[in-house]
Each structure stands twice: as C-alpha cells, then as structure tokens.
Design a binder for this molecule. Structure first.
Ligand code: CUA
Length: 336
C-alpha cells in the first residue's frame, strides 16, 4: 500500500518536473544569448539553481495534487481529521536537503565571483564616464595607438580581456550589457571596476540600470565587439580622424560621441529623433550659439523638448569640441 503510494508520487513528480522543465528552460528563453566568458559561468549557476527549484516544485506540487484527490472529504463528511504528531525523519530531511543545496549554490557563486573578478594581466583598460544621461569612453592604454582617445560608443576586440574604470560626476548610474550578464554600479567619488572577456562578435546594448533622473530610460549606448581585423580598421579610422583634424575630426566626434543617437543631421547620415533635428534648429546659428548648446544644453530649449535630457558635453577634449562646433557651423549653421 505504502509502496504504491510512493511509486504514484514519484511518477507524478517526474511528469510535473518534466513539464515544468520544458516550459521554463526549453520553450521560453528568458535571457539573451550569452556573449562573455563571465556570463557563461553566471548562466551555469542560473541553470543549476533553476534545476534545483524545478525538482523541489515538482515534489511539492505532486504531494499537493495527490492529496487533493486522494484525501478529499466525501460528501457529507464533516468531522475533523485525526490529530497527527510531526514526523522526525521528514523534518530532518526537509532541513538537511535545503541546507546542503543552498550551501552548494553559495559556494559555487563565491567561486564564480572570484573567477569573474580575476582578469589576466594582459588586458585593455577603458575609462567609462557615466553622466546624466550619456556614456563616454576613453581608451586608457597605448594599445592600437588609441591612448587618450575619447569616443561615444564602446568598441572592443572579441576574446580580449577588458577592464572598465568607471566614474560619475553626478549621481549613481549602473553599467549593464545584458549579453555579458555582469552589472556594476558607477558611483560618484570613487572608481568602480568592470571586468569582462567578450566571446561573441556583434553589437550589444549598454543600459543604465540605476534610476538616475529624467533621462534614465534613454541612457543607453552600445558596445561593438569586433574581430581583430575589423577592430584594427576601426582604430585606424579613429586615429586618422583625430590626426586629420578639422572637418573630418568634427564629423567623427559627432558620430563617435553618440550625438547621432538622439539628433538627426543629414550630412552625417544621423536620424536620431529623441532630440531636436539639427538640420532645422541649427540653420543660421552662429558658432557661439552652437557651442553653448553643446556645453550648456539647458540654456536654450527647443520647443517640444524637455530640459535636462541632453548631457552637457564639457568632458570632450577642447580640440575635439572645437572641431565639432566648426563642423556643425559649416554643415548647418551660418558658417562662422
Ligand atoms: Cu544613468 Cu540611469
């Protein structure tokens, strides 16, 4: 009798577990494709934890469903059930097994945190500035001749370990690339570190995940992970734009500082729609007015747009800012 009960419960658990497994881990993919070494380790823990949860859920659901049908009160049956004292064996089991499982998850997680924090000495360093409401990136070592170059979009090599040194001049932000899994706060007054080894080429979103003000939801950027050849071509392009100076530099600053994400500008092939269309608002504007709109965006707000959404771009190196103003003045302003 008892043996039949156990076999029935076991079969029910297996069926419920299998259905839950298929629905939650096979049919629905909750997370985007993983694209970093660190992310693979994190996903392995997610999978381990999910499987533990599914097994426990299956057992609890099986006992509940079994009891609902097997021990249902018969019509007209009104008396209380027999008083039963606890079962020491089961109590020890339901204390011991969860303790072992939670400890296992804890130990494995601690190992992964240490592994993910441990980057080989040979890695690229990029300084990240998070500012209401934009990201900017400065190549902080001499690799590929990019030392000191500031860009508005993160571009990295696939399989090259990367360390971001992150700072914020205003409030707390958080750097997150869903495909890389890792997430790190960017806190005013200190430098925080983000270590990653990208394993997949592609373009992935960078998302601010700390409520940081009015423009928090638009505080997005992207990281381009390139193979060696494409990365070197990009580095050459950036270097020559900076060396070339003048209009080439101005246009490159516009494209690389993320301006194009929010503004439309025909000459640069930009079609952003979050901020004013530069082809119309800058027409006939003097270089001075254009400069003011970049370093102090709240001084003049175009009709239909909100104050405080555009970040002040005072952090751009002076020669780059100069080139950007000249470029915009020539492209759409009054040319002065
Ligand atoms: Cu920065 Cu949210």
């Amino acid at each position: 009798m008892r043996k039949t009960l156990y076999i029935q419960l076991l079969l029910l658990s297996v069926v419920i577990g299998a259905i839950t497994f298929v629905i939650s881990l096979v049919v629905i993919s909750w997370l985007p494709k993983v694209a970093s070494e660190e992310g693979e380790r994190i996903d392995a823990i997610y999978l381990f934890t999910s499987i533990i949860c599914i097994v426990i859920f299956a057992i609890v659901a099986a006992v509940t469903i079994y009891a609902m049908f097997k021990f249902r009160a018969k019509p007209g049956e009104l008396e209380d059930g027999k008083p039963i004292h606890g079962h020491t064996g089961i109590e020890i089991m339901w204390t011991l097994i969860p303790t072992i499982l939670v400890t296992a998850i804890g130990i494995w997680s601690a190992i992964v945190v240490v592994q993910n924090d441990d980057l080989p000495d040979d890695h690229r360093i990029v300084a990240v500035q998070a500012q209401q409401f934009a990201w900017s990136f400065t190549y902080n070592d001499e690799r590929d001749g990019l030392g000191g170059m500031q860009v508005g979009e993160l571009v990295v090599r696939v399989n090259e370990p990367l360390e971001l040194h992150m700072t914020s001049p205003d409030v707390i932000h958080a750097f997150w690339v869903p495909e890389w899994r890792q997430k790190q706060d960017v806190v005013p007054g200190i430098t925080t570190f983000y270590r990653i080894t990208p394993t997949e080429e592609g373009v992935f979103p960078i998302i601010c995940t700390e409520l940081c003000g009015l423009g928090h939801s638009v505080m997005r950027n992207q990281v381009r992970v390139l193979n060696d050849e494409a990365f070197e071509a990009w580095a050459t392009e950036i270097r020559s734009a900076v060396d070339g100076g003048g209009e080439t530099l101005g246009k490159s600053v516009f494209q690389n500082q993320g301006c194009a994400a929010c503004h439309a500008l025909a000459d640069a092939g930009a079609t952003g729609a979050i901020g004013p269309d530069l082809d119309s608002v800058l027409t006939g504007q003097s270089a001075e007015a254009i400069r003011q709109s970049i370093v102090d965006p709240n001084a003049v707000i175009s009709e239909g747009f909100a104050e405080g959404v555009m970040p002040p771009y005072g952090a751009v190196p002076e020669d780059q800012l100069e080139a950007l103003v000249d470029y915009l003045a020539t492209a759409v302003g009054d040319g002065s």
